[in-house]
Design a protein around this ligand. Sequence first.
Ligand code: ZN
Ligand code: ZN
Length: 246
Amino acid sequence: MPRVPRASDVIEIFSERSISYAFAGIVSLAFAGLLWRYRGDGMLSGLAITLMVAGVGCIIFAIFCGLQVRKVTTHDLKCPYCESPNVLVAAPTEDLPCTTCNRMIPVIDGKTVPVSQVRCGFCNELNFYSEKTEVLLCESCNHEIPIAHDESGAPRKTIPAAFVVVDDEAMYELQLTGHGKHKEEELIGALQHILALNRGQVKQMLAELPVTVLTGITRKKAEMLKAQLGLYEGEVEFHPMEEVRR
Ligand SMILES: [Zn+2]
Ligand SMILES: [Zn+2]
């Protein structure tokens, strides 16, 4: 199906047409008037009449185009990303780019599809996706961001209400890559507390860096633990867990 045109484009086309035909009509009539005035012995009267008819035709067509402008119906579409209005002549039949933010507005059955937000696990940039998104690449760093898929592996068809407001639903794993020497005791104490391990187990762990400390935690929790362990000079990294390892 052809893309539904924007109302502003259609109005511009009709207006331009109307103005150029009106101009052509006026010029033709002026020439016709001049020829008629100096038609002499009738040699030029045929040409004058032809021009007059053409000029009147042009002006009628210009008026018709002018009236079309007023008849353009509008269909307001709000961009689900930046909320700015996009005005079309009818309901959209396919995805279209937003005039303000240039993102593709997802459309199903003439309606925009709600979009969800997710933060990029690599650069923390806020990204958007809808149920039409198959692969989401970060707008800022181009890393692929894992999004929810149903059991068959297809992108999820319905988005539960609770999911729409979730900032980031990916699961993360937390890695301890190193630590300073000055606060080792405090670090061991904190890890004992977080992981419910005894002192010997934690010391064993610290001897084998880098080590995965926790898996399947939310980004918020990972950030919190990173800040907490950072207080004791723990060097922590976290990464989104890959879909396949669920
Ligand atoms: Zn937009
Ligand atoms: Zn990114």
